[in-house]
Design a protein around this ligand. Structure first.
Ligand code: S3P
Length: 430
């Protein structure tokens, strides 16, 4: 699929309902499948990556049904060994979280993914699980997918994550639920804490203090539950930056998750001078949410360092687009993780922005952008990365002329209604 964006857009106006949070949807599906009986996920994300998770759970014998467009019923039960390999597609969250959940389960399963997923670092999740006693065999070498997991009795560990990663942290916590003895983990800077919040809501003893997380194992299956999934702030980042950059815009996003471990981009945009009002702040199923009202604003440059990266790791591509319009030099450092996502995002951001006329210097662990630059349309290929595709679609809205995004189907991995939502706000996209 090709997406053509006509720029520059005149103004964006209106209200959109974002898709359900990807991280929370993944965790909700998995915890419901690990539980006993019917659980409901309301407002769940229905997309490429969550389909991958659901298909894996189906292969493990778990039944589920969509009762409405985004209303998912999952019947939790004991898993059985699948007859085919569990295919995670391009979804790192599916593979890493499932490895943790499978490790203590009485099943044998092969788990695999797309060629890009096979290249992404999996040793970081296999290492702590093996320390707990897991048997995970990398068929292409140690720590490399596809894996054969032979469920085992595990024991708790004390582990310091070398890299902040919510996926690794969550895999260890899921395995720790059914291990012998407590598990205690820490990470260099706090990554998203949805797993901790959800486990706490399910009555699991999980204690957080001074950057460490201690979990006391659970006896028996997890309870079933009903949960409202907040709107995904990572998907919201695209209309938020679009409304900030396109003059005379006013856009409202309702029911957006503003968990502080995820809201780094909002804080950075605030510091740059953006106009983002948080209205009607409330809690939903242990997660803070708000309606966001975004008006266009002129931006100042900003520096983002390692301590901020985990809270906006998925938003750095769209941040880069915002930085091209800031008046001065913006810099991102401590973000080498960008090289290991659905694409090497430092490379793709640099390549695409240079095509559009921006001034950007890539660094080993980030990039430097000098703004403001009037961007011009270009023909780009997002290299299979949904966030790169959406970031450049937004760049197309502020660029002179037409921007063509080849192979834009990857957008459906996390935000299937992205183009129609932007069109609803007034963007010209075919
Ligand atoms: C996610 C964690 C992040 C993020 C990914 C989703 C999660 O990855 O990039 O899109 O749901 O836990 P890392 O854990 O590798 O940082």
């Amino acid at each position: 699929m090709e997406l053509k964006v006509n720029g520059p857009a005149e103004k964006l106006e209106g209200n959109i309902k974002l898709p359900g949070d990807k991280s929370i949807s993944h965790r909700g599906m998995l915890l419901a499948a690990m539980g006993y009986g019917p659980s409901r996920l309301l407002g769940v994300l229905r997309s490429g990556v969550t389909d991958a998770m659901l298909n894996c759970l189906t292969a493990l014998g778990v039944e589920s049904e969509y009762l409405g467009q985004d209303d998912l019923l999952i019947l939790g039960k004991s898993w059985s060994s699948p007859s085919t390999s569990l295919y995670c597609g391009n979804s790192g969250t599916t593979m890493r979280l499932l490895l943790g959940a499978l490790a203590p389960s009485p099943v044998r399963a092969t788990i695999d993914g797309s060629p890009r997923l096979r290249q992404r670092p999996m040793g970081r999740v296999v290492t702590p699980l093996e320390l707990m006693g897991a048997r995970i065999n990398g068929m292409n070498g140690q720590g490399q997918p596809p894996f054969i997991v032979d469920g085992q009795e595990l024991h708790g560990i004390q582990y310091d994550l070398p890299v902040s990663s919510a996926q690794v942290k969550s895999a260890v916590l899921l395995a720790a639920l059914f291990a012998q003895g407590e598990t205690e983990i820490s990470e260099p800077t706090p990554s998203r804490d949805h797993t901790e919040r959800m486990l706490k809501n399910l009555g699991i003893s999980i204690i957080r203090s001074n950057g460490s997380i201690r979990l006391i194992p659970h006896r028996g299956r997890l309870p079933n539950f009903t949960m409202d999934v907040p709107g995904d702030v990572s998907s919201g980042a695209f209309p938020i930056v679009a409304a900030t950059l396109v003059p005379d815009s006013e856009v409202t996003l309702s029911g957006v998750g503003i968990n502080p471990t995820r809201s780094g981009l909002l804080e950075i945009l605030d510091a740059m001078g953006a106009d983002i009002r948080r209205e009607n702040q409330r809690q939903s199923c242990g997660e803070p949410i708000a309606d966001l009202v975004i008006r266009s604003a002129a931006l100042n440059p900003v520096e983002i360092e390692a301590d901020k990266v985990a809270s906006m790791v998925d938003e750095l591509p769209i941040f880069a687009i915002a930085a091209t319009q800031a008046h001065g030099i913006s810099k991102v450092s401590g973000a080498e993780e960008l090289r290991f996502k659905e694409s090497d995002r430092i490379l793709e951001i640099t390549r695409g922005l240079r095509e559009m006329g921006a001034r950007i210097e890539p660094q080993a662990d980030g990039f430097i952008i000098e703004g403001p630059t009037r961007l011009h349309g270009a023909v780009l290929d997002p290299n299979g990365d949904h966030r790169i595709a959406m970031a450049f679609a937004v760049a197309g809205l502020i660029a002179e002329g037409e921007t063509t995004l080849r192979n834009a189907d990857c957008i459906a991995e996390s935000y299937p209604d992205f183009a129609s939502d932007l069109i609803k706000l007034g963007a010209e996209i075919q």
